[in-house]
Design a protein around this ligand. Structure first.
Ligand SMILES: Nc1ncnc2c1ncn2[C@@H]1O[C@H](COP(=O)(O)OP(=O)(O)O)[C@@H](O)[C@H]1O
Ligand SMILES: N[C@@H](CCC(=O)OP(=O)(O)O)C(=O)O
Length: 377
């Protein structure tokens, strides 16, 4: 079931996995201090989500603004790239420890993930991001993601955490993304205009929608402004993920947005057909696997390809390649993103998960092709 309304973001049936992004303008007060009491209310809301059976990934900005205060830099530490990076490396410690402290008050564990744009472009690292987040969520951990500002520069830099949140959502196959900011959604012109009107729902981020975003960060603390949020909405749309922009200034922002039905909801035109088309449309392969009848049946039931069901490996594919899956009559039944190189698949084929660690010399992945990366033909 897909997300259709703002209320669906709280429904574990429609939104099992939720990415919540918190902008610098919210997390940090005017003088560069963390708004701890306010953040505690968000953590309470995250706790509520988890109690309902949802999985939450946090994308948290704020490192630069926090660090700039500690280093006494002007302009929120954004005067030069070197100052921004120095600020981020100082501020990230406070940021991560604040999340860890607040989550632990609710008996939850925080995990820090610092990522760059480049990590999403590289197939192997992309798969690793996906696998790590899934594993953390399986253990009930809340991943707290930020850009790795200290090493990300120029063209390998997101610079805003809105697009990072959308890419994280794409990598972990989230159902929804909530961007919390200091404005209650997208307005048809800058919200300072007296006749600006909020859009409640957007289906398809067109040029006309892009033209509504005006300038950079409103608070001067963040970096992307509304433009970055619309680019994030586009990434989410292409991945079939719903995205909402809601105001987070006051306590319990999710509850408030739902109670008042404020915010802007961006809905994908289709489900994840873009990604599926990308996998399913592949014509050239570096190899293939053949699976037994039991495995074919499991795949038809929506399961992943496990090594135990594989009977033949061909070619020299690498981890992250898209490969076809054949049944024993040599009929192509699926295509998917493979989690291992051909040689590893060759060595674990026919073996149960228990036996694989000894063969590989490290813990095995949950599947050879995860069902989220598999398209049945
Ligand atoms: N059309 C628009 N609708 C709403 N906000 C807009 C629009 N155009 C520009 N903005 C500005 O975008 C700001 C939010 O972006 P930003 O300051 O980067 O937030 P964050 O730090 O939460 O990412 C708003 O405060 C507002 O001033
Ligand atoms: N990675 C940066 C955040 C980048 C940024 O400003 O993002 P945003 O507040 O979403 O516009 C930091 O932690 O300061």
């Amino acid at each position: 079931m897909d997300i259709e309304t703002l209320n669906d973001f709280r429904d574990p049936e429609k939104c099992k996995r939720l990415v919540i992004k918190i902008g610098s303008a919210l997390l940090v007060d005017g003088s560069g201090g963390v708004r701890t009491e306010w953040l505690r209310t968000i953590v309470n809301e995250i706790h509520g989500c988890c109690e309902r059976g949802q999985e939450v990934v946090v994308v948290s900005s704020g490192a630069i603004a926090i660090g700039a205060k500690q280093l006494e830099f002007s302009e929120g530490g954004r005067r030069t790239l070197a100052e921004a990076q120095a600020s981020a490396s100082v501020g990230q410690i406070t940021l991560a420890s604040t999340w860890s402290m607040l989550l632990s008050e609710r008996r939850m564990i925080a995990a820090q993930m610092l990522l760059t744009l480049d990590d999403f472009e590289n197939r192997r690292r992309y798969l690793n991001i996906s696998a790590t987040i899934r594993r953390l969520l399986k253990s009930g951990v809340v991943p707290v993601v930020n850009e790795n500002d200290t090493i990300a520069t120029g063209e390998i830099r997101f610079g805003d955490n809105d697009r990072l949140a959308a890419r994280v959502a794409q990598a972990c196959e989230a159902d929804g993304v909530m961007l919390l900011t200091d404005v209650d959604g997208l307005y048809d012109k800058h919200p300072d205009h007296p006749d600006a009107n909020r859009l409640a729902e957007v289906r398809g981020v067109t040029d006309e929608i892009h033209a509504m975003a005006d300038g950079g960060s409103g608070s001067g603390m963040g970096s992307g402004g509304m433009t970055a949020k619309l680019l994030a909405a586009e990434i989410a749309e292409r991945a079939g993920i719903a995205l909402a922009i809601i105001e987070g200034t006051l306590d319990m922002p999710m509850a408030r947005a739902l109670a008042g039905q404020t915010g802007t909801l961006f809905l994908p035109k289709r489900d994840d057909s873009g990604r599926r088309a990308w996998i399913g449309g592949r014509m050239r392969f570096n190899g293939a696997i053949t699976v037994d009848d039991g495995c074919v049946e499991a795949l038809r039931d929506g399961k992943s390809v496990l090594a135990a069901g594989i009977v033949k490996v061909e070619g020299d594919f690498e981890r992250g390649d898209i490969i076809p899956v054949y049944d024993i009559t040599n009929r192509m039944i699926a295509k998917g993103l493979v989690e291992y190189d051909w040689s590893d698949v060759e060595s674990i084929k026919g073996h149960s998960s228990d036996e694989q660690e000894a063969i590989l010399g490290h813990s095995p992945r949950s599947a050879v092709i995860h069902r989220d990366h598999l398209v049945l033909l």
